[in-house]
Write a protein of this length. Sequence first.
Length: 255
Amino acid sequence: MPSLYESPLYRATIAEFMGSGLFLFTVITTAVNYPADQALGGANLLAPIGVATVFGVTISTLAYTFGDVSGAHLNPAVTLGFLVRKSIEPTRAALYVTAQLLGAINGACLARLVSDWDLYDAGGRGVNYVTHGHALWQALFAEIVATAFLVTVVLHVSYLATKQYGHGPLAIGGAVLVCHLALIPITGTSINPARSIGAAVASGSNAHHQWSQIWIFLAGPLVGGAMAGLNPLWDDRARTEADLPQPTPAPGLAA
């Protein structure tokens, strides 16, 4: 009888926990230290670009690392997209989301533990909130659109033909990067309910309205993920390997 540790579902769930924890630890530590220079009166104009790059590269790296174990969802909105598309069983989806939330909280708490409090506080504690000058509906709409974009990319690169080239994690990381560049000035960029909940729990207060506005960072990404999952272009059941696009030979190499 195989042990629990040999169960593919167990290993996949642990991978989601570990991946989400590593993601939150890395990105929150970055977010609260570099933008803090600007918050404390500096002129660190490159900070948003650097933070967005860290988010994108981290996701890409984790996708390569855990992709073969769990699919590296690391995001309840992504898992919902696969669930809506009926590409994952409800039980597995529930375990994934639970692992993602617990991992995110753990990673965010570790990020707070290793950060200087003054920088952590001045840097916004890594939480998501609607920035000054933006209405709640604008933030919600932005999160829906950006998450739909991200999950659409994830669902597309899950196809066999794209996996064969090994470029999927790069595309996903690129999507995360550009979503952050677009949304950092509006919400700080969630596109991931686990990311927002983890940072809010670790922050320990409602100083930035992160709890009173948490519904935006739950509803927005989840609606966006579901919308992407409903897109018939990514319906695996209606597509066979013969339907998948084949690589085009480089000029001069065609037979």
